[in-house]
Every structure is written in structure tokens, then in C-alpha cells.
Design a protein around this ligand. Structure first.
Ligand SMILES: [Zn+2]
Length: 362
């Protein structure tokens, strides 16, 4: 069996979305894809409709929030409040309805109302966030499809309180199991931790194949359909332990995952609110180097890259392998390139490439 989805943003008929909705997940290319899956007329989970995605680990990092106070970045408490407020708004609206509404319209309204929780507020920079809160709103859609305005909200209320509980236990998991500076082997860290303090790692559900429709490219990959919301979390954690490490972003102080010991200490989240207007719409990764520089941190990777190359060229000049004139000219260019990198005009990779292309030899 395989499931397929493209870029559905609105539901046109109940046929599109199915019943007993859940949120499933799939990993590929170091991204997490969360999709809404519902039962078809035969009672099989074959209807995949809406899909959201983020770089690996951002979903968990978003729910935990900033681990220390950062201007423009929500703390754990603020994240929870924003989810709770949005949920209450939708819940109050549904319970206040005088009569049942068209179910397709209701599902689309819930999608629209929760939009700012899950989508960037930066014009023209599309990205998804807070995706662990998606199952809460999908449960409300599912409840409305089943019971209309008589939906009890019992199951969704349970997901909301679970989210609060997970903020704490996921923070412990992130720091004491996944954080690279503390543990280079998450699986080994798991054997030492008090497992009562972190979310359960055992899950139930099933895997199936899913067809991703990425513009011109179609790819078949594995997808997990959890039994419950808790199973979704447990499945994610298993994937992290097996394949990833976490860093806490040097810029926004939120966790993100990486699959090898990458150079970057900054996440790929898009900055939505910042002291410097020009930072808005850039990623933490893009502004990170600039920040490190303005803080006067000369451990900054850009500076280190520059120094390493400068010292090597200087040594070759001393040995007489390079003329004074060429060295001076090269040094001037190298400084300019470094400064352009620090200013965010070129990337770290560009600078690294420049040093390779301009290896100085007479
Ligand atoms: Zn960040």
C-alpha cells in the first residue's frame, strides 16, 4: 500500500480528508514531514491531505522554546500560551455555534484560524513551525467531522495537557540525551538517564509507504502512522536517538538536530522578530556569524577559517614560496572576503571555497 500527497492547502470535500484523523510523520533528507491522514470508506488510513514540514528536530525544539531569555523568541511558557490561546479560541467558537455547519467549511476554517501558529509571519518566506501542536488541531477537525458541534473536546483537551507535560520531559531529553556537548552518543546516554523523566521511547502504530510529490520529483519513503499522539512523540525520539544529535542554537537558543558533527551552531529557523530589521526573514544560521562577531567572540568560525588560511600563507611566504607583493595583495583580498562573510553578504561555505580557489602559490 502507498499513500500519496502533493500540496493540498484546503479541503474540497470530506472525501479528501477522510475520518478519524491523525498526524503521521515521515523523515527524509534531514527533514520531518507531518501530514494529516484519515480513514477512507473501507476504514483504512489511506487519505493523506495536509502536509507541513520542518528541518529535523525543529518541531521538538519549537515546543520546548528558548532555553534562556532571547528577545523576539518565545519561552516555553509563551509557546504553551500561544497554543492554548489558539485552541481556546477555536473551541469557544465551535461550542458557541447555534447549529451545525458544513463540515468541509469547518475543517478549512480550523486550518485558517490556526495558520499563524504553524506558518511564518514573514512575507514571502514560507516555513512551518510548532508542528508538535498540529495533532491538537487535527483532533478538533476530526471531532467536528464525527460529532459536529456536539464534539466533547475530551481527546483534544488531553492532547493540550500532554503538550504541557512534554515541554518539560522533552527539555530533559534534549539536554541529557541528545545535546552533543554533553553526550556524543545518545543511545549510550539513554542507558544512564532516569527514564521516568523523559517521554517513553516505546510506541505503537505502523509504518507504510508514502509517495512524496516534490514538484517534478516523486519519491517513495517510509511513513509512520501512530496509534496516539504519545506514539508520535515516542517515534520521533527513537529516530533522533538512532540518527541525530542536538545543538542549542547560538542565536535563538532553541534546539535543533543534525546528523553529523556539522560546523554550524545555528539553526535554520527563520527570524520573525529581531532588534535589527534587516535580520527579519534571514535564518539564525545566516545571522549567527555576524552576531558572534559583534559580540567580539573571536572564536567565531569565520575568523578561525580566515586565521587558519592567513597563517598558512604567511608560513609559505616566510619560506620564500610566495613573494611579499603577492602575499600583501592576497591578504587584502582575504580580509575583504572575511568581512563580507561576517556581514552576511557571502556564506561561510563561499568563503571556504574562495580560500580553496585562491590558494596562494607563486
Ligand atoms: Zn536559531
Amino acid at each position: 500500500m502507498s499513500l500519496t500527497f502533493g500540496d493540498m492547502t484546503f479541503i474540497e470535500s470530506l472525501e479528501d480528508i477522510g475520518t478519524d484523523l491523525k498526524v503521521g510523520v515521515s523523515f527524509f533528507d534531514d527533514r520531518e514531514y507531518f501530514f494529516v491522514v484519515g480513514k477512507d470508506a473501507d476504514g483504512q488510513y489511506n487519505k493523506v491531505s495536509l502536509c507541513y514540514s520542518c528541518d529535523v528536530g525543529l518541531s521538538v525544539g519549537d515546543l520546548i522554546g528558548a532555553v534562556e531569555s532571547v528577545s523576539g523568541v518565545m519561552s516555553s511558557k509563551e509557546i504553551y500560551s500561544s497554543i492554548e490561546d489558539k485552541y481556546s479560541e477555536i473551541k469557544n467558537w465551535i461550542t458557541g455555534l447555534k447549529m451545525n455547519q458544513n463540515k468541509v467549511k469547518m475543517v478549512n476554517s480550523i486550518v485558517l484560524m490556526s495558520n499563524d501558529l504553524f506558518h511564518s509571519n514573514v512575507v514571502d518566506v514560507p516555513f512551518n513551525k510548532n508542528l508538535l501542536a498540529l495533532p491538537l488541531f487535527v483532533e478538533v477537525m476530526s471531532g467536528y467531522i464525527k460529532d459536529g458541534k456536539d464534539y466533547s473536546f475530551k481527546k483534544s483537551d488531553r492532547i493540550l495537557s500532554a503538550l504541557k507535560k512534554y515541554q518539560k520531559s522533552l527539555a530533559i531529553f534534549a539536554e541529557d540525551v541528545m545535546l552533543y556537548e554533553k553526550n556524543t552518543d545518545p543511545a549510550e546516554a539513554l542507558t544512564r538517564i532516569d527514564i521516568g523523566k523523559i517521554p517513553s521511547l516505546s510506541f505503537s502504530g505502523y509504518t507504510t509507504l508514502i509517495n512524496f510529490n516534490l514538484g517534478t520529483e516523486k519519491r517513495l519513503t517510509e511513513a509512520f502512522i501512530p496509534d496516539t499522539f504519545d506514539d508520535l512523540i515516542s517515534y520521533l525520539l527513537n529516530r533522533y536517538v538512532l540518527n541525530y544529535h542536538f545543538y542549542c542554537c547560538a542565536n535563538c537558543r532553541r534546539y535543533f538536530a543534525f546528523s553529523s558533527n556539522s560546523m554550524t551552531k545555528n539553526c535554520s529557523r527563520v527570524i520573525e522578530s529581531a532588534h535589527y530589521l534587516k535580520d527579519i526573514g534571514r535564518t539564525c544560521h545566516e545571522v549567527g556569524r555576524l552576531r558572534a562577531h559583534t559580540r567580539g567572540l573571536y572564536s567565531d568560525e569565520t575568523q578561525l577559517l580566515y586565521q587558519r588560511n592567513y597563517k598558512a600563507a604567511f608560513a609559505r611566504k616566510k619560506k620564500g614560496q610566495i613573494s611579499e607583493e603577492n602575499f600583501t595583495k592576497w591578504g587584502e583580498e582575504a580580509r575583504q572576503m572575511r568581512d563580507r562573510c561576517i556581514n552576511g553578504d557571502i556564506s561561510y561555505d563561499d568563503l571556504e571555497q574562495w580560500f580553496l580557489n585562491n590558494y596562494l602559490k607563486d
